[in-house]
Design a protein around this ligand. Structure first.
Ligand code: CDP
Ligand code: MG
Length: 695
């Protein structure tokens, strides 16, 4: 990228003119505004800007709340909730659904005999929103408002409003299918259609009916979303929907005239073009696909802003993605100094769950990372795919929340016409192993469960097969019977394959090691690869490298971290991410607690690291690949061709005959991430009942 592109060292604006121009945007006439041109008079706009600047002040927060569209509908919503047990509410992103509706319910007394639970598809949203609502109520997280996400619970007995991920609520349902703790549940962001949310629709609907049947206190249910197929949901829940009048401004949408093969570059050029031409207080939101490209581009923008002499002071770059540390996630909500442009690089998290104030320009790369499962190969893959048309419109709408805005799409109009109309529900493409196990632990048979859209039979069969291989179920019976191992596995908030590793570890003598490894694998990347200090970082990381591969390297890092008495300095010196390591430490404690509770023996294998590697096979037996004559790898299950990912410690070294990997990522090639060398003879020893197609 650098080579294609020169920067005027003397000047402010060189970029777009020096760069071989590909980015030609044309306004789209027929779609040049998002509906409902609902201009605010300029005076009111100024007031809003001012309000936003003082966002931290309590009285302003109060005014902000009252200005939200949802506020005018307060009485109507409460009347509908009173009259109906289930309510569908559709309203533009940023209209106040997630933060305000629970407070309306609280004030109206719906939290006296139980608590109000609001589910979110993502941790970040649950956390940031709980913090915001606590602030609005002038209290602290953990008092009236709290959040619960995997491995972190801030709620107390005082908590009346609880934000939680849909995965957590599903887990709670295993303990109590009637969800007795709750008097009201809001299933938020319903349009995202995550597998967990889809399952919850059925569980919550059933809990509501059962409670009615047994004359127990009512469970009020609110389903909210920004864009929702109201007919489909309406039919399923047998209720009518309610539409909240939104407050959006027109957005001028521009498409790239020619296809762009490098959307990151296109986004960068567009950004600097905006920076030259648009007023400095027009903030920019760039939609990208994931952490790596977001951090790389952020770094590049910061550097270019410095070189370009426009001074680092006039742009502030923020990043926002699910794995980002909590404190960092909140930064983009804060006001920036005057004469400074806020630039936020985000994943689709900023599409609907989170609203960042001040955004006037959106750059949309048109891609999203999607996890999908191929029952044929038995592999989960993370793929960058085209967004849907609905997502494209949702993204462009983010530019028009405060005032009229602009959206630049780095893809052509013709191309967009070929995008899917709406994203496919995750349940139709995801690996269902974990979900099926949870349902079985709940005593639910997938084939008779009341799904809003039932999963594909092949997906369910493939989950049965995987669970049977893990000894979690006996598939011969219909419906399959969950085994005692399966019940133990369902106790862990982990993918069943990883739960299996913990259950198997005591017999391999490596429980201590496996607890650490599974905890570290649950956390996000602990290695910091400073782009400008990459050699130093590589040198620091080399110390931890294990010749066995990435799993044992990670284990060494975590074990050393656990022992150090100055973690902050140590992490800094070794280019390691202290937040992610602290997170892993916390996860380990919780996994240890569950292991103790269910009576797993504690032991350590010391230097006998083969024990850890063998134990890994008990859960990850589908993720084995062998080296082929041609130099690439072929997975044993599914026979998929792949290479070792460049981030692996085994990349570019000698190529082991047989490897085990954590996941496959699909970009231009299939890459195997987190790789460890294993011996092919172990398959027979560790998994004598399994047949492998070894070649
Ligand atoms: O759920 P919905 O998209 O309808 O809106 P919301 O999440 O309830 O957000 C309402 C407003 O609160 C947003 O437009 C933001 O201006 C503000 N907000 C904020 O300033 N900081 C947060 N952490 C969350 C929301
Ligand atoms: Mg919301």
């Amino acid at each position: 990228m650098e080579s294609k592109y020169m920067i005027n060292s003397n000047g402010s604006s060189g970029m777009a003119s020096v760069f071989p121009m590909k980015r030609k945007m044309e306004p789209m006439k027929e779609q040049n505004s998002i509906k409902k041109p609902n201009y605010f008079p300029p005076k009111q706009q100024q007031q809003q800007q001012q309000q936003y600047k003082n966002v931290m002040k309590k009285n302003t927060i109060e005014q902000d709340r009252k200005a939200l569209p949802v506020y005018n509908c307060r009485q109507r919503i409460l009347k509908e909730v009173e009259a109906n047990d289930t309510l569908l509410i559709m309203g533009e992103t940023g209209s106040g659904k997630t933060t305000q509706i629970p407070q309306f319910l609280l004030q109206a007394g719906y939290a006296t005999n139980g608590i109000i639970g609001i589910t979110q598809p993502r941790r970040v949203a649950a956390i940031t929103i709980a913090k915001r609502v606590a602030q609005e109520l002038s209290s602290n997280v953990g008092d009236t408002v709290g959040y619960t996400v995997r491995f972190e619970d801030t709620t107390t007995e005082r908590t009346r409003i609880r934000y939680l991920t849909d995965g957590i609520l599903l887990r709670e349902a295993i303990g109590d299918r009637l969800l007795r703790k709750y008097s009201a549940i809001m299933l938020d962001e319903a349009h995202e259609r995550t597998v967990n949310a889809d399952v919850l629709f059925g569980i919550v609907k059933e809990a509501q009916q059962e409670r009615r049947k047994h004359k127990m206190p009512k469970l009020k249910l609110i389903i909210t979303s920004a864009t929702m197929d109201i007919d489909h949901f309406g039919q399923y829940f047998k209720v009518k929907g309610m539409y909240l009048e939104g407050r959006t401004h027109p957005v001028r949408v521009m498409h790239s005239k020619e296809p762009q093969d490098d959307y990151i570059h296109a986004a960068l050029v567009t950004l600097f073009d905006i920076h030259r031409h648009e007023p400095i207080n027009h903030d920019v939101l760039i939609f990208l696909t994931g952490q790596e490209e977001i951090e790389a581009l952020a770094q590049q923008i910061r550097q270019l802003a410095r070189i370009n002499n426009s001074g680092p002071s006039d742009v502030r770059v923020f990043t926002l993605y699910a794995q980002l540390a909590q404190g960092k996630q909140l930064e983009c909500f804060l006001p920036v100094p005057a004469n400074t442009r806020k630039i936020v690089l985000a994943t689709n998290i900023a599409e609907t769950s989170i609203t960042i104030p001040g955004i006037r320009c959106v750059i949309d790369c048109g891609y999203v990372k999607e996890k999908s499962f191929n029952p044929g190969t038995g592999l989960d893959t993370l793929k960058t795919v085209r967004i849907s048309q609905a997502q494209a419109w949702q993204r462009s709408g983010r530019a028009g929340r405060d005032a009229p805005g602009k959206c630049y799409r780095t893809y052509t109009k013709t191309h967009m016409e070929k995008f899917r109309a709406a994203a496919q529900p995750e349940i139709l493409r995801a690996n269902l192993t974990s979900t099926v196990l949870q349902l079985l632990a709940l005593g639910i048979d997938c084939s008779s469960f009341d799904f809003i859209d039932p999963p594909q039979p092949e997906g369910v069969q493939s989950a049965y097969k995987a669970l049977e291989q893990l000894a979690a179920i006996k598939a011969a019976a219909t419906p399959p019977a969950i085994t005692s191992t399966g019940r133990l596995m369902a106790q862990f908030p982990l993918d069943p394959r990883y739960a299996k590793l913990l259950l198997a570890a005591p017999s391999f003598g490596c429980m201590e090691e496996m607890l650490s490894l599974v905890a570290a694998l649950s956390s996000d990347n602990v290695f910091i690869g400073h782009a400008d200090k990459s050699e130093l970082a590589a040198l620091a990381h080399a110390k931890f490298q294990s010749k066995h591969g990435d799993h044992l390297t990670l284990l060494t890092v975590f074990a050393t971290f656990q022992k150090t008495d100055k973690p902050k300095v140590w992490c800094h010196d070794n280019f390691l991410n202290i937040r992610n390591l602290n997170y892993a430490r916390n996860v380990r404690n919780q996994l240890l607690e569950i292991s103790n509770r269910i009576g797993l023996a504690s032991n350590s294998c010391g230097d006998n690291l083969d024990a850890v590697k063998k134990c890994l096979l008990t859960g990850l037996f589908d993720n084995i690949a062998t080296l082929q004559k041609e130099g690439h790898y072929l997975t044993l299950s599914g026979r998929v061709k792949a290479k070792i990912h460049p981030s692996s410690v085994l990349h570019g070294k000698y190529k082991p005959q047989c490897i085990l990997f954590s996941e496959m990522v699909q970009t231009e090639h299939n890459f195997l991430r987190q790789v460890t060398e294993i011996s092919i003879e172990w398959l027979e020893e560790v998994l004598p009942n399994m047949k492998f197609n070894i070649k």
